[in-house]
Design a protein around this ligand. Structure first.
Ligand SMILES: *[C@@H]1O[C@H](CO)[C@@H](O)[C@H](O)[C@H]1NC(C)=O
Ligand SMILES: *[C@@H]1O[C@H](CO)[C@@H](O)[C@H](O)[C@H]1NC(C)=O
Ligand SMILES: *[C@@H]1O[C@H](CO)[C@@H](O)[C@H](O)[C@H]1NC(C)=O
Ligand SMILES: *[C@@H]1O[C@H](CO)[C@@H](O)[C@H](O)[C@H]1NC(C)=O
Ligand SMILES: *[C@@H]1O[C@H](CO)[C@@H](O)[C@H](O)[C@H]1NC(C)=O
Length: 562
């Protein structure tokens, strides 16, 4: 039909493997299926170079990478690595952070041509993710996620977008409502733009009570109407419990735990270094992709193609030449190749026709061990927050990389407000009580200007109280409201209304000074962790990007940038 086809002889065409559009992967209940209705198992590898630690101290308490390498924007690197990924027989890779201002065509198209899907985390390091202990789900994060989706929605091989990686930990679960809200809003956005990509979350492993509660909560329906709109599609577990040539029974308890799960589960990372540093036998592959595991899990992603260090363990299966032109694979890689190659016929059970449809059960009850309310934060509303921002009398003067200063200043103004009979309740969000201040889902700059303006009013509009050592200034805009409460009532008429985020309202107006020193250097790739062997129950794996930054705790109100 197309002119180009005539360049191929009929003989050549018949000799070519059947190249067709990539199969669309869909979810039926708790399983994935391809266009032919066959079970789809994620058989892949994490693919992202580790970033660097450029921020230390309070802003990076865990010392995690704060920059990232966007490997999906590196066409030459992808061409270099594609033969290796094909040798592996990978049908999926996972990338942990991308820069939505870069061009990903070359790599994404090459991967698609090779039948390789991408599971893409939408998060960035530092303030580019929902924070573990001081979470918010704000316009700036929603816009960050949407900007990435807008860039990747044209590719046919995005299998899923992850809304978080290891945000929740066994000792900190109050961020769960924010993750569920992110899943809800991203799901709604994908539906709106006609994307069939799935929505996922990658969970750190831990005690079974924690693991189960997270899995159940992210897939439950708080309204008890069997409604999946706040559920993720794909629960990823970063699991490192298999050690060396472990017995098949290693996975017995995890398999039992997920036996009756209602959505897709898979290993979003696996491959412990503990027993066989550097040269893993990868014998878990044969167990993970066969019954009974195959009836519960949909495969997994080995960690990791590139080098990554965590807990003093070295992951990684290639060494790059100094000019990055070649990637030399190691024995660890060869072992994984052999294990993946030994998977010939994967179980196709149940068939798509026989797959039970999804049910969404009641949410786990909140308790001291799982501190997540079933009242979710509202959908961040960029239009409302921009309206509010322009109506505020006292404005934060944002300069350069303001991440640290905004935290310090928020702490200061909340302390001053408390001394003047006010509070920062309006900008605070609490996932345990399910109480979300009316301004809490606005971006950090708007939240700070809001508190500056409250303080300005609380001090009788003294111009000296809108200064903060040159960080605040009185607005000269004609849209300034006569009071904070007027600004709120004219801009935030329905602050808890849930609406579908749109691409246009998703475009951040003032908050994207790209080209500044932060662009291109902003985020973190897959760092990594390792399992502590089996048996102890408390597996400490810390993999992936740093979440965000605690910026201050004032009067019991914790403040964070996100
Ligand atoms: C990856 O790690 C191995 C083992 O530590 C090391 O030999 C190799 O040089 C590293 N490769 C790169 C590209 O850093
Ligand atoms: C190799 O790739 C890394 C990561 O993209 C990059 O930081 C480095 O500058 C590259 N080195 C060369 C010589 O191109
Ligand atoms: C993170 O902070 C930088 C400024 O330091 C800002 O430009 C960016 O919009 C923030 N990101 C989010 C998601 O809030
Ligand atoms: C959040 O709410 C819970 C339950 O009401 C409360 O115990 C906790 O102190 C609150 N957290 C903050 C930071 O205010
Ligand atoms: C802004 O606030 C920060 C933190 O309190 C302070 O270090 C700085 O001097 C202030 N002034 C300006 C103009 O940045």
């Amino acid at each position: 039909m197309k002119l180009r086809s005539t360049l191929f002889s009929a003989a050549l065409l018949t000799a070519l493997p059947a190249v067709s559009a990539l199969s669309k992967i869909t979810r039926s209940g708790r399983f994935l299926y391809d266009d032919n209705g066959e079970r789809f198992f994620i058989k892949g590898i994490a693919y992202q170079q580790q970033g660097q630690v450029t921020v230390t101290g309070a802003a990076n308490p865990l010392g995690e990478p704060t920059t990232f390498v966007d490997n999906l924007a590196d066409g030459a690197g992808c061409s270099r690595d594609l033969p290796n990924l094909q040798k592996l027989g990978a049908n999926a890779i996972r990338a942990y952070s991308v820069d939505s201002t870069l061009d990903h065509d070359s790599c994404m198209n090459a991967l698609s041509g090779a039948g390789i899907y991408v599971i893409l985390d939408l998060t960035l390091p530092l303030n580019g993710s929902i924070d573990t202990t001081q979470p918010t789900w704000s316009t700036s994060l929603l816009n960050e996620y949407i900007n990435t989706i807008d860039v990747f929605s044209k590719y046919d091989n995005v299998l899923a977008y992850n809304v978080g990686n290891e945000v929740l930990t066994a000792s900190a679960t109050s961020a769960a409502p924010f993750i569920k809200a992110a899943a809800r809003d991203i799901k709604a956005y994908l539906t709106k733009i006609g994307s069939s990509a799935l929505v996922g979350y990658a969970d750190i492993d831990g005690p079974s009570a924690f693991r189960d509660a997270v899995a159940e909560y992210l897939a439950c329906d708080p309204s008890n109407k069997n409604d999946g709109s706040t559920s993720i599609d794909l629960f990823g577990l970063n699991n490192y419990e298999w050690c060396g040539d472990a017995p098949t029974s290693t996975y017995n308890s995890i398999n039992t735990e997920f036996e009756n799960y209602n959505i897709v589960a898979y290993f979003s990372e696996y491959g412990s270094e503990t027993c066989n540093p550097g040269v893993r036998p990868w014998t878990e592959v044969a167990t993970l992709f066969a019954e009974p595991m195959a009836g519960v899990w949909s495969g997994g992603l080995a960690f990791s193609y590139f080098n990554a260090t965590a807990n003093n363990e070295q992951f990684g299966m290639v060494t790059l030449s100094s000019d990055n032109s070649t990637a030399t694979t190691n024995q660890d890689f060869a072992n994984l190749v052999a294990q993946y190659a030994s998977l010939t016929a994967l179980p196709n059970n149940p068939t798509q026709a026989a797959a039970p449809s999804a049910t969404y059960t009641a949410c786990p009850s909140e308790g001291t061990a799982f501190e997540a309310s079933t009242t979710l934060p509202p959908t961040p509303n960029t239009d409302a927050c921009e309206c509010l921002s322009s109506a505020l009398a006292c404005q934060f003067v944002a300069k350069g990389d303001f991440t640290d200063v905004i935290g310090t200043l928020t702490g200061q103004v909340c302390s001053f407000l408390a001394q003047n009979g006010g509070s920062c309740a309006d900008i605070s969000a609490n996932g345990t009580s399910g109480v979300y201040g009316t301004v809490s889902s606005c971006d950090p700059v708007t939240r700070l200007s809001y508190e500056f303006t409250q303080y300005y009013e609380a001090t009788g509009r003294l111009s000296t109280s809108c200064d903060f050592a040159g960080n605040a200034t009185l607005s000269t805009s004609s849209s300034v409201a006569s009071s904070v409460s007027d600004a709120v009532s004219s801009c935030l008429t329905s602050p808890s209304a849930v609406f579908t985020p749109s691409a246009s309202s998703g475009a951040p107006a003032a908050s994207s000074p790209s080209g500044g020193s932060s662009s291109g250097s902003s985020s973190g790739g897959g760092s990594s962790g390792s399992g502590s062997g089996k048996g102890s129950g408390a597996v400490a794996v810390r993999v992936g990007v740093l979440t965000s930054v605690l910026v201050g705790v004032v009067g019991g109100v914790a403040l964070v940038l996100a």
